[in-house]
Write a new protein. Structure first.
Length: 148
């Protein structure tokens, strides 16, 4: 078998339909689009997502998912394990001290201390909120918790 012996299976290949090339071609005149109407025009027809005049699915669904509470308080979060490495025993951990060490980026945002990590040093922690596990770890290490 040579490459010149290869050919497509009978009926698998069809010549391109050349519309609008005269009546003799069988596709002249209106070029197979019928007479007048939406489908006969260039760019005519219904677009993708058209549902027969009913409001399309893309318009029925909400633009953004979920609900965003405009009154939510966003806390700057600090874990007790981070305090262990940054402060010496007996230090007072407050917003100014955390800002000076670069732990928090803003002095205006409220600060919450969470209980991830181990704590061996005693601190006096003065922040807006402290989680229950964090409070237990601070007090177990001999420290004090004061909420603002």
């Amino acid at each position: 078998m040579q490459i010149s012996d290869l050919f497509p299976a009978p009926g698998s290949r069809q010549p391109r339909k050349r519309v609008g090339r005269g009546h003799g071609s069988g596709h002249g005149g209106r070029s197979g689009r019928g007479d007048k109407g939406q489908g006969s025009r260039a760019g005519g027809g219904k677009g993708p997502g058209f549902e027969g005049g009913q409001n399309p699915l893309a318009m029925r669904l909400p633009k953004l998912p979920g609900f965003k509470n405009p009154f939510r308080t966003e806390y700057a979060v600090v874990n007790v394990g981070r305090l262990e490495g940054l402060f010496d025993a007996g230090a007072t951990v407050d917003i100014d001290a955390l800002f000076a060490k670069g732990v928090i980026k803003s002095k205006t945002a409220p600060v919450k201390v969470l209980g991830d990590g181990e704590l061996t040093k005693a601190f006096t922690v003065k922040v807006d909120k402290v989680s229950a596990p964090a409070k237990a770890k601070i007090e177990a290490a001999g420290g004090k918790v004061e909420t603002l």
